[in-house]
Design a protein around this ligand. Structure first.
Ligand code: ASP
Length: 346
């Protein structure tokens, strides 16, 4: 049987670290990562593509946009049957969701990284890369990849990009999908699909065709902010932003809200002032669960905020809601249509 062709695109991160002066620093490329994973070439015919290695906190929306375009090119040319993207873990839950927003994946797309760098005692990078290649090359995934969407592999599990979260700052098992669990697990030399993600959100956003509609420079010039809510928050920075001529340079706001989608009552006037000038989306700071729509009526609760015209992010956590809003703003989608879309996500 001919082996599938998998392209490994490297972007940096812990998996790519080499010895620096005071610590480790990104340095390895995709060829190095493949060479460090013995036996991986038995799974697939591998091609390496390397971008300048950086820590994933220095990746940008335009960079991920250009990786998504490259995936489309690779699929159209027939040069790849699947793509594995290797990067730092700090932003992996964001970059993978951004890829999933941009792509109706034309081939399986698997993203991964490592929690332990190659100079540590038991690094996880090579095993994670082998599992990612195994998933991208699996014939059952090849038949169902548009139902699975972009996936993230770490250790012996894979998760849907929409559901995955980095939930620990340092542990090797830092990744999880709190609401849903994995879509695949790795056993011996196989991957086993164990569930399929809810893709209703994808069907709702598909009409915008972000990959063709986004103006790439607007991903930088129309940034979206996230404001965290907490006990006793007074909303001073939000009020100042609403008064600022340039709104501190932001074009949209995501509120990392309490509980079912609540803010302290004293923050509401600042939020209302902001909503008069930019889209404001309420998202939950818990990282899992749908927001409420019709239970609590006190000022700052969901009935109050929905009635005032705020959009609710459904089950998207703030960092993922922010990416969706950024793509909508960069596609020049009219505000009324932006607000309608959020309704579909609830
Ligand atoms: N700081 C690293 C990064 O995100 C952490 C990692 O890769 O695990 O690039």
């Amino acid at each position: 049987m001919t082996k599938p062709k998998i392209t490994v695109i490297s972007l940096g991160g812990t998996i790519s670290m080499v010895k620096g002066t005071t610590g480790v620093t990104p340095g390895l490329n995709a060829d190095d990562l493949i060479a460090a994973a013995p036996g991986i070439d038995e799974i697939a015919i591998l091609t390496a593509e390397s971008r300048p290695p950086v820590g994933s906190s220095d990746l940008s929306l335009p960079e991920i946009f250009s990786v998504a375009q490259r995936v489309v090119e690779l699929a159209a040319s027939g040069d790849a049957d699947g793509v594995v993207i290797t990067q730092g873990t700090d932003t992996l839950e964001e970059t993978s969701f951004l890829m999933d927003l941009l792509l109706d994946p034309p081939i399986p797309v698997v993203m991964m990284g490592a929690m332990r760098h190659p100079l540590s005692t038991s690094p996880d990078g090579a095993g994670n890369l082998a599992n990612a290649v195994r998933l991208a090359a699996d014939p059952r995934v090849g038949k169902r990849f548009s139902d699975l969407g972009v996936m993230v592999v770490m250790l012996d599990q894979a998760w849907a990009a929409v559901d995955v979260a980095k939930a620990n700052s340092h542990r090797i098992d830092a990744f999880t999908a709190p609401e849903t669990g994995p879509v695949a697990v790795f056993v011996e030399d196989r991957c086993r699909l164990v569930s399929f993600p809810d893709r209703a959100w994808k069907r709702a956003v598909q009409r915008f065709d972000f990959l063709n509609q986004v103006k790439v420079e607007a991903l930088t010039t129309k940034p979206v902010a996230i404001a965290p809510m907490s006990l006793g928050e007074a909303g001073g920075s939000l009020a100042a932003m609403a008064k600022d001529d340039d709104m501190f340079g932001y074009h949209g706001m995501v509120i990392s809200a309490l509980g079912g989608g609540h803010v302290p009552a004293r923050v509401v006037p600042a939020l209302v002032a902001l909503l008069a000038r930019m889209p404001v989306v309420i998202s939950g700071r818990m990282g899992s669960g749908y927001l409420l729509q019709k239970t609590y009526e006190v000022p700052g609760s969901e009935i109050d905020l929905v009635a005032r015209g705020f959009s609710y992010a459904g089950r998207l956590p703030p960092i993922k809601a922010r990416l969706l809003l950024a793509l909508m703003l960069a596609s020049d989608i009219p505000r009324a249509e932006i607000e309608t879309l959020w309704l579909d996500l609830n």
